[in-house]
Design a binder for this molecule. Structure first.
Ligand code: SF4
Length: 440
């Protein structure tokens, strides 16, 4: 039975990889499919939902309800829901949105094809479908690819629902990851975003020790890999050898995304982050000593239960002193069944949460502008992502797609190829973006 399926991905890059894996299976069995289409094409729409925090959950529910309305209008026949939201709230969703034809969770979406084939009484050779899907290089991001090296998390930070949704840490076998990257390089992909729920724990479950440094060194050794960028590191028990690998391998980006969340010992303890203020500061110092010029991206949280103005001032002083190259921040959102939701009162009023978030982001805007201004006149390697009107839009090795700074190159005086690398000289800086000319 040939189906045409629209796949809609909500949430993070890890969810995107699940959608890509699902579409690799659709490709293997010969279904037609579209990813995040502007208009619907098929008889079935699959929504891969996000269940991380309040806003993301609402967005996913709204997407499902929109599709239900379109189903009522006859635009599609069936709606399948998968991912983190349905993994977490399956029974509630089933009761509240009966218009949805099938619910899958975070992992059992792998049964979807078998379910579809079984219902049409056709004996799909699933082992063959899975084998073909594993050989596929289908991905949705063009000249770069997200590589998810593990699923789940063992950390149990007090505010986080991810371990409840994804379960314990499960590393992908190293050879699987290396094979996938070799196949993608043959397919013309040269930039790889390495992602996980918790990057630095890689290997502990499978090899009984942290193997992230070894894995990244092996990825860097694959011919044709131009950029490898690391995301979602965790500060406690940080594998210091990873810093040597970043320093010694030119194609491992001088970049590390490491969520710190806070700095006051009071907050770090209440958040169950298993690290102290002094240890955090020492780690950042070590990173900058071991990898000169490393670009540090972090995530900070304000308004966690019990956060005093003094705690928040410590966070502001820390941000001012450290000067993160990239920083994202969000206000605490109470998540069901987390330690914090069960044991702490969500006692910081929303207006204070918002005020602290605004003050922290305003400070980071100043810092970002100051740091980017220092790059004017420098020449760096960039990759071109797209053209938008009069500009080619690119990134340096210190910029991850969709979250970090972009480089704007005038299209009037340049003919550039998407996905290609160039040397560019920075001519102007703004708060979060740079302008440059190609160095001919
Ligand atoms: S390390 Fe990250 S994913 Fe794991 S519990 Fe903490 S915040 Fe959540």
């Amino acid at each position: 039975m040939k189906h045409t399926i629209d796949v809609i991905t909500m949430g993070c890059s890890k969810n995107l990889v699940d959608s890509e894996q699902l579409m690799r299976r659709f490709q293997a069995i010969g279904y037609d499919f579209y990813h995040n289409p502007d208009q619907l094409h098929g008889d079935i729409a699959v929504v891969n939902t996000c269940g991380f925090i309040g806003d993301a959950k609402e967005e996913s529910i709204q997407e499902i309800l929109d599709l239900c309305a379109r189903k009522d209008d006859g635009e599609l026949e069936r709606i399948f829901v998968m991912g983190c939201l349905s993994e977490r709230y399956l029974q509630d969703l089933k009761a509240e949105i009966p218009e949805v034809d099938r619910f899958y969770g975070k992992f059992d979406w792998k049964d979807m094809i078998n379910d579809l084939e079984t219902e049409s009484a056709s004996e799909a050779n699933m082992p063959e479908v899975i084998e073909k899907a594993q050989q596929s290089t289908l991905h949705t991001t063009g000249h770069f690819a997200y590589i998810k090296i593990s699923e789940g998390c063992n950390r149990k930070c007090a505010y986080c629902a991810i371990p409840i949704i994804t379960g314990p840490h499960k590393s992908r076998p190293m050879e699987d990851i290396l094979d996938e990257i070799e196949r993608l390089v043959k397919d013309g992909v040269h930039e790889f975003q390495i992602i996980a729920q918790e990057l630095t724990f890689y290997g502990v479950d499978l090899y009984h020790e942290q193997k992230i440094a070894e894995l990244i060194e092996k990825i860097a050794a694959i011919p044709g890999v131009e950029w490898v960028r690391l995301h979602y590191a965790y500060p406690a028990q940080f594998p210091m050898d990873l810093l040597r690998v970043i320093r010694e391998n030119k194609n491992v980006c001088n970049y590390l995304d490491i969520a710190l969340q806070h700095i006051s010992d009071n907050m770090l303890a209440r958040m169950h982050r298993h690290i102290t203020k002094d240890e955090t500061i020492a780690l950042i110092k070590k990173m900058r000593e071991e990898v000169p010029g490393i670009c540090i991206r972090t995530t900070l949280m304000v308004g966690f239960p019990g956060e005093t103005e003094e705690d928040f001032q410590e966070l502001m002083d820390f941000t001012r002193d450290v000067k993160f190259d990239r920083m994202g921040a969000f206000a605490y959102s109470e998540e069901d069944d987390t330690f914090a939701a069960i044991n702490y009162e969500d006692d910081i009023p929303d207006e204070i949460k918002q005020d602290r978030l605004d003050r922290l982001m305003a400070l980071q805007q100043e810092i970002s502008a100051e740091l980017l201004e220092k790059k004017v006149g420098q020449t760096c390697k960039i990759i071109i992502d797209r053209q938008e009107g009069d500009w080619f839009i690119g990134r340096t090795e210190q910029d991850s797609p969709e979250v970090d700074c972009e480089i704007l190159i005038p299209a009037s005086s340049n003919t550039l190829a998407i996905g290609h690398f160039y040397d560019a000289t920075i001519t102007r800086a703004e708060e979060f973006d740079l302008y440059a000319e190609i160095k001919h």
